[in-house]
Write a protein that binds this ligand. Structure first.
Ligand SMILES: Nc1ncnc2c1ncn2[C@@H]1O[C@H](COP(=O)(O)OP(=O)(O)OP(=O)(O)O)[C@@H](O)[C@H]1O
Ligand SMILES: [Mg+2]
Length: 247
C-alpha cells in the first residue's frame, strides 16, 4: 500500500528525518508518535507530496511517488487533515466540504460551483453524506467560525474524507481537546472513519492512540526508534525515555 524507504529530509542544517522506513498496511490504522519536533508533520508532508524527500523513496501501491505533487498525491487517493486547522471561516460548514472536492477528477469545477451556490447536485450529496458520517449534519448551515474547536476538527476531517480517500492521514485530530472530547473523537475515528481505509494518526494523546491504532511507530530526532503492536511499543524503555518519560 504506502511505503517509505529510507526517507531523509533536511531543512538547512537541521536533519528533520533520517532514513525512515515505514510500511502502512492496507486497511489498518497506524499511529505515529514522538516528542515535539521529532519529524511527524514533516513525514506527513512527505507522504502527501508537500515536500519531496532529499533521500529515499515513497511508494504508493508499488509506484514511486516521491516526486509527485500534492495535487497528484490527492488524486491518487491520499488525503490529510492539518495540525493547524485549515477551514474557511466565512463559508458555511456544508460549503467548506463541497469546496474540498475541487481538484478531484470525480467532479468538475462548474458543477461544484453550482453546488456552492445552492443549485444542488453531486457535490452537495457527497458533502451531506460526509457531514452525517462525522456528526455535523445539523450544523451544515452554520459558518465554520461558529463551531467550537472539537467540531472544527470534525469539519477538517470531513473535508479530507469527502473524496473517499484510500489513505487518510490525521495530524493531531484531538489537538486542544479535553479528555471527554478526545474520547468522543477516538470513537468516531475507530467506528466510522477508519473502517475500510488505511489510516495514519499522529497524536500526542496516548489514550487516543491506544483506542484507535493497531500499529504504532515512534519517531525521535527524525529517526524511527520503535515500531509494532502499540501496547508493546509503549512499554519499551527507549520509548518511555524519549517520549512517555517527559510527560
Ligand atoms: N518548512 C520548514 N523549514 C524549516 N524547518 C522545519 C520546517 N518544517 C519543519 N521544520 C523543523 O523540522 C523539525 C521537525 O518538525 P515537525 O513539524 O515535523 O515536528 P513534529 O514532530 O510534527 O512536532 P510537533 O509535535 O510539535 O507537531 C523541527 O525542528 C521543525 O522546526
Ligand atoms: Mg507536528
Amino acid at each position: 500500500m504506502l511505503e517509505l524507504q529510507a526517507v531523509g529530509k533536511t531543512f538547512g542544517a537541521l536533519q528533520a528525518l533520517r532514513g525512515v522506513d515505514l510500511h502502512l498496511r492496507r486497511g489498518t490504522v497506524s499511529g505515529l508518535i514522538g516528542p515535539n519536533g521529532s519529524g511527524k508533520t514533516t513525514l506527513v508532508n512527505i507522504i502527501t507530496g508537500v515536500y519531496a524527500p532529499d533521500s529515499g523513496r515513497v511508494l504508493l501501491d508499488g509506484k514511486d511517488v516521491s516526486r509527485a505533487s500534492a495535487n497528484q498525491i490527492t488524486r491518487l487517493g491520499v488525503s490529510r487533515t492539518f495540525q493547524n486547522i485549515r477551514i474557511f471561516n466565512r463559508m458555511s460548514v456544508l460549503e467548506n466540504v463541497i469546496v474540498a472536492l475541487i481538484g478531484h477528477d470525480k467532479l468538475g469545477l462548474f458543477p461544484l460551483l453550482g453546488s456552492v451556490r445552492g443549485v444542488g447536485g453531486a457535490g452537495v450529496e457527497a458533502a451531506r453524506r460526509t457531514l452525517e458520517t462525522v456528526g455535523l449534519l445539523k450544523q451544515s448551515n452554520l459558518f465554520a467560525s461558529e463551531l467550537p474547536l472539537p467540531l472544527r476538527r470534525r469539519l477538517e476531517i470531513a473535508r479530507a474524507l469527502v473524496c473517499d480517500p484510500k489513505v487518510l492521514v490525521l495530524d493531531e485530530p484531538a489537538g486542544g481537546m479535553t479528555p471527554a472530547e478526545t474520547a468522543s473523537i477516538s470513537e468516531l475515528i475507530r467506528s466510522r472513519i477508519a473502517p475500510g481505509r488505511t489510516c495514519v494518526v499522529i497524536e500526542h494523546k496516548l489514550d487516543l492512540i491506544s483506542r484507535v491504532c493497531e500499529h504504532l511507530c515512534v519517531l525521535n530526532h527524525g529517526e524511527k526508534i520503535a515500531e509494532g503492536d502499540p501496547r508493546s511499543v509503549m512499554s519499551q524503555p527507549e520509548v518511555i525515555e524519549a517520549y512517555l518519560g517527559r510527560a
